[in-house]
Design a protein around this ligand. Structure first.
Ligand code: FES
Length: 104
């Protein structure tokens, strides 16, 4: 298996709790989310339903609600919650010296 690529995408200061942030790694669009518990999640930023921009969605607990049609996505697994279905990629996040890295 190929080694994971670790890319710096932002700094901790740039993240606001419960407000998503869109970043790009190459042409891959990633949504970053800082939850109330202080955990940072990185998921593919494009909703599997109709490509809604998930970083503009509402964050609640460990979930984000798509801004377009309100489907609920688990930030830990990327799985769209029932009754809807689908899933988005999730990425590992690392924080070091105030910098935020996403592992691809
Ligand atoms: S595009 Fe996300 S719920 Fe429809």
């Amino acid at each position: 298996m190929a080694t994971k690529e670790k890319v710096k995408v932002t700094t901790l200061d740039e993240l606001t709790p419960l407000i998503g942030k869109k970043v790009f790694i190459g042409d891959k669009q990633i949504g970053l989310f800082l939850t109330e518990s202080g955990k940072i999640h990185a998921i593919h930023n494009v909703c599997p339903h109709k490509q809604g921009p998930l970083s503009e969605g509402t964050v609640s607990g460990e979930y984000v609600f798509c801004p377009l049609h309100d489907q609920k996505i688990d930030l830990n697994t990327g799985i769209v919650q029932e009754p809807d279905e689908g899933c988005v990629d999730v990425y590992e996040v690392e924080v070091k010296d105030g910098d935020v890295y996403v592992c691809l």
